[in-house]
Design a protein around this ligand. Structure first.
Ligand SMILES: [Zn+2]
Length: 394
């Protein structure tokens, strides 16, 4: 969407604000409310040489929506600081009460603010579309052979959402599930959720040890990011504890295992503790309002063949004949052709042979299943070929 259109939207919103408030407060409230209703994950107030840029991050892309004179920008930042308390700003709209976290960063051009709605809609569990096969595989693995299911992906790829979804699947009155989370993003019924607080010494390792004493049937840790906690988790998984854990990594299965080995985890422990590794990536969804079916041109076909050749050893001859989808761009998607996101998954069963091949370092990137999942989703209009090309290049 062009800056002009955003300007009109904000202007319309401003007209509806409370005229008793100072103009700057009304402008801030309008920008935040519009950002939230557009589904922005972050709202940026960023000073530059002679101006202040206001941008929304929507589905991973940064959209510049307003440029203000530098002086107004400085006033705006100081007003946001006045309105915030303990790094949070509360916005009451007729429909919602929205809490934004406020993060202040010092740059060459002055203070920059990034605001993020706490109650982001992306945590809605219904938004995640897991294939029935994947759900069955996870359920089967947990029931037949306890141990750790590791969900790995880059920051913001929806690891926690998947972990929540798995918990929901496993929840029953007879089992006791406990979680340790960096920040509780989604309250779950009947599940004992606890939040880490490293400032008072409640770290992942401490939390894990205290949870283990209570002996729950299943433990979920949304992100294990230190070696001590990982070791405790692996040792207990190897003893047969059902464990779900998130791991921040943008690597493939080979990278994930070799990183664990590099941190000093014994390969035998990794092999006996981990049951299944699920790697996950987010891709954009084409906009449902301007979706069109098309046949890839020669250039796209050539790229498609390359990707299949480089990543997937088996042939996918039928791909040649498939149609794909894209968004033409419309008002609803601000001309981008994209709206929303979907996840791609790759599941890998742990085995001593896998560990051996990682140690031999055959160096092969293993994202075949992610690419396959992506191509299948692209052929159903859930993502686009362009998104899969981007993923393959990463
Ligand atoms: Zn559209």
């Amino acid at each position: 969407m062009s800056g002009k259109k955003w300007y009109n939207l904000i202007k319309n919103m401003l007209a509806k604000t409370n005229y008793d408030n100072p103009p700057l407060t009304r402008l801030i409230e309008s920008l935040l409310e519009q950002g939230f209703s557009e589904g922005a994950s972050d709202i940026y107030f960023e000073p530059n040489t002679n101006q202040m840029d206001v941008s929304y991050r929507i589905d991973g892309d940064l959209n510049n929506i307003l440029t203000l004179p530098a002086k107004t920008g400085i006033d705006l930042i100081s007003q946001i600081k006045n309105l915030s308390q303990n790094g949070r700003l509360e916005l009451n709209t007729p429909k919602n009460k929205i809490i934004f976290s406020v993060c202040l960063i010092y740059t060459n051009f002055g203070e920059k603010i990034i605001m993020r709605p706490d109650n982001q809609r992306e945590v809605g569990l219904e938004k995640i579309s897991l294939s029935l096969d994947l759900l069955k595989l996870i359920e089967k693995n947990i029931k037949e052979s306890p141990g750790m299911i590791l969900v790995a992906g880059p920051a913001g790829s929806g690891k926690t959402t998947l972990l929540y979804k798995i918990l929901e699947l496993l929840d029953s009155p007879h089992i006791n599930i406990s979680t340790i989370e960096d920040r509780i993003k989604h309250p779950l019924e009947n599940i004992n959720q606890s939040r880490l607080n490293p400032k008072i010494g409640y770290t992942a390792a401490v939390a894990l040890r205290s949870l283990l004493r209570q002996d729950p049937n299943i433990i979920m840790a949304d992100e294990i990011n230190n070696e001590e906690a990982m070791k405790v988790a692996l040792q207990n998984s190897a003893k047969g504890r059902a464990f779900l854990s998130g791991l921040r990594s943008s690597g493939d299965v080979v990278n994930i295992i070799s990183d664990l080995i590099k941190t000093g985890m014994p390969p035998e422990l990794i092999s006996s503790a981990i049951n299944l590794i699920i790697t996950q990536r987010l891709v954009r969804r084409p906009c449902g309002d301007c979706l069109e079916k098309y046949n890839p041109d020669a250039e796209e076909k050539e790229m498609l063949n390359q990707i299949i050749k480089n990543n997937i050893s088996s042939q996918m001859p039928f791909m040649e004949k498939l149609s794909f989808y894209r968004g033409r761009g419309c008002g609803k998607c601000h001309g981008t052709g994209y709206r929303g996101q979907t996840s791609l998954y790759e599941t890998t069963k742990m085995s001593p042979e896998l560990i051996e091949s990682v140690q031999k370092n055959d160096g092969q990137k293993k994202i075949a299943e992610l690419i396959k999942d992506g191509l299948n989703k692209a052929s159903r209009g859930e993502t686009t070929l362009a998104e899969i090309f981007r993923l393959a290049k990463e």
